[in-house]
Design a protein around this ligand. Structure first.
Ligand code: FAD
Length: 439
């Protein structure tokens, strides 16, 4: 690649890999910097590109859902992350869950075998010259985060996010658990650990009272609502978990022939099903407390924990003050931000912004205008949300119908509205893409 113009992509996570691939697909060259394994973050465990730090689920792939629409749009644009996910899918009912190691190995191999991408294993500490995509993620190291915010001319924002424990499958008492997916969707994709009313109350009581790990600079109440630690949910009320992550709907315990009072669900982390993640059990309890409290669930009495939960500070930029919907910095042409740093929240959302930032970095390098999809698409709505929303109270967002323009009033009910949005969103994206290709 000597002598060719190269575009810098900083960060080999979900967004960075998508950006590098989009640049390569445009026929240009990317230099992708990834600091792991020499320098790591508090949540990553390997040197693999696109490592998933917590859940192995890329959320729903069902047609009527906001996340399903986002994925359908990404498939139209071309997504390395979704291609790898499809190849290494593990059973998870209607969710797209993956074997996390095989998935990250696939993305790493895709990048390493791409002649248009040079992978540089190095921590970037200063903002480089030239066209650049910054995709260093929510755990961007302090020094680089400062340089980034200075370049963008914006304040540094943050919230907290937590990780759920992972358990060795062989240590679960299957005599006290049963495999099933809600409403029998999928073939026993989840291991369900039932709790009767008495067990549930004792468990919630201990969870709410258990000791929490101290966090540096921690401010209470700064958790993203979709990732509130389980002990915090337990403190909100006795029934909160039973109507939340431990809801038993759509499940029948074969031993009693009845719906359990509450259910702790676990889902395979790898294709062989050797490791199971505790669904919705993100926590910042002290490690010893996690083991003590989770072992109160009868099926988990002898559970061996492969990984315990933890909480981390997520950095993001105040997009409405410093980014255009193309993800280009307002103050610095040719400088793009992608991934969770932009204020989107979630694996798939982060990857989606990587496609747009990479595409635009390639376009401006080739002397073309940067672009972004129309407002009636999920990606277009996400980009507008993170770059044109309220800057004085800017908080991250997932893909949701709430950030899209309202459906016309004749589409009544949730299902009809979702159907309308999918139909118009995909049609609109196809027309837009055809126009962009002709430019
Ligand atoms: C603790 C935690 C748990 C989360 N759990 C979930 C979840 O369960 N589900 C979900 O959908 N989302 C979750 N998220 C949110 C988000 O979807 C993920 O963080 C996602 O990986 C973001 O993608 P990204 O590409 O923006 O960043 P990342 O995937 O984090 O990639 C950034 C990459 O940049 C590298 N890097 C950082 N700084 C430098 C530097 N200076 N030089 C070179 N390389 C650098 C990092 O090593 C990393 O590989 C979680 C986030 C955190 C922090």
């Amino acid at each position: 690649m000597k002598g060719e113009i190269e575009i810098n992509v900083i960060g080999g996570g979900l967004a960075g890999v998508e950006a590098a691939r989009a640049i390569s697909n445009a026929g240009l060259h990317a230099r992708l910097y990834e600091m792991r394994p020499a320098v790591t973050t508090p949540a990553h465990a390997t040197g693999l590109l696109g490592e998933l730090v917590c859940s192995n689920s890329l959320k729903s792939d069902v047609e009527g859902t906001a996340s399903g629409l986002l994925k359908a749009e990404m498939r139209l644009l071309g997504s390395a992350v979704l291609d790898a996910a499809e190849k290494h899918r593990v059973p998870a009912g209607s969710a797209l869950a993956v074997d996390r190691t095989a998935f990250a190995e696939e993305l790493t191999a895709t990048v390493e075998s791409d002649p248009n991408i040079e992978l540089v294993r190095e921590e970037v500490v200063e903002i480089p010259d030239g066209t650049t995509v910054v995709a260093t993620g929510p755990l961007t190291s302090g020094r680089f985060a400062e340089a980034l915010h200075e370049t963008l001319g914006t304040e540094q924002l943050y919230f907290y996010d937590a990780i759920a424990p992972v358990i060795e499958a062989g240590s679960i008492d299957m005599g006290a658990a049963f495999p099933a997916a809600r409403y029998d969707k999928g073939e026993g994709d989840y291991v369900n650990c039932p709790l009767n009313a008495e067990e549930y109350r004792a468990f919630v009581g201990e969870l709410a009272a258990a000791e929490t790990a101290e966090l540096k600079d921690f401010e209470e109440g700064l958790f993203f609502e979709g990732c509130v630690p389980i002990e915090e949910l337990a403190r909100r009320g006795l029934d909160t978990l039973r109507f939340g992550p431990f809801k038993p709907v759509g499940l029948v315990d074969p031993q009693t022939g009845e719906r359990p009072y509450a259910v702790v669900q676990l889902r395979a982390e790898d294709a062989a099903g050797n490791y199971l993640g505790m669904v919705g059990c993100q926590t910042r309890l002290k490690y010893a407390e996690q083991e003590r409290v989770f072992r109160m669930v009868p099926a988990l009495a002898n559970a061996r924990f492969i990984r315990l939960g933890s909480a981390h500070r997520n950095t993001y930029v105040n997009g409405p003050t410093c980014l255009a919907p193309t993800l280009e910095a307002l103050r610095r042409p040719g400088f793009f931000v992608a991934g969770q740093l932009t204020g989107v929240e979630g694996y798939v959302e982060s990857a989606a912004t990587g496609i747009i930032a990479g595409t635009n970095a390639a376009r401006v390098t080739a002397g073309r205008r940067p672009i972004y999809p129309p407002a009636d698409t999920m990606i277009g709505s996400l980009l507008r949300y993170v770059t044109t929303g309220r800057h004085d109270a800017f908080v991250p967002a997932n893909a949701s119908y709430g950030i899209m323009p309202p459906a016309p009033p004749e589409h009544k009910g949730k299902q009809a509205k979702a159907k309308y949005r999918r139909k118009t969103g995909l049609a609109s994206l196809e027309i837009w893409l055809a126009g962009v290709k002709q430019e």
